[in-house]
Design a protein around this ligand. Sequence first.
Ligand code: URA
Length: 213
Amino acid sequence: MNIVASAGPALALDVAEAESIAELRHQAEGCTRCDLYRNATQIVFGEGPGKAEIVLVGEQPGDQEDLAGRPFVGPAGRLLDRCLEEAGLDRRRCYVTNAVKHFKFTQRGKRRLHAKPNAGEIKRCAWWLGAEINILKPKLVVTLGASALYALLGPKVKLTPERGHILQPANHPPVLVTIHPSYLLRIRDEAEQQRLRQDFVSDLHKAAAFRPR
Ligand code: URA
């Protein structure tokens, strides 16, 4: 396991005023920490058992998640579910959340197109992610993609060189770095997609097999 000296926005905060995820979720419902609440349908908070040992962190809710009020229920979520199953990791045992809790999009006619959250939005929302982790105290946090990695470990830790590695920030749960499932959905070359999907499943398998020292 590699040691990382500095923690990112979510882990650097001294949070956890709330004592349970339910209490935290209730607080988050009125969140105006950044402007994304203005256009989103609702906040999409994390979900999963209060004793989850593994926390999966995505980027932000998409169109379907924004409407349903639940994380990872759209196309990327369905792919994540299949890969988790192949890796032997039961989603019902995991707490699934996002770095940013409101859907950011640009409107094109009737369609709402995903827009990437910026560093400021991720930092403001890290308040909630840090609090979720503080309450759950999981044995492992899995970052799905660059935005989650940024929220957890800051700008110095890059996805490509660290993919598949478990990093240990000081005084915080270890972090397993992997890609976002929506990245797989965008790859056109089938052989390449299969290869990266296999790498993703093996990262998730590493999470399933992880035992803290
Ligand atoms: N992508 C994410 O990062 N999170 C979701 O909840 C859905 C899609």
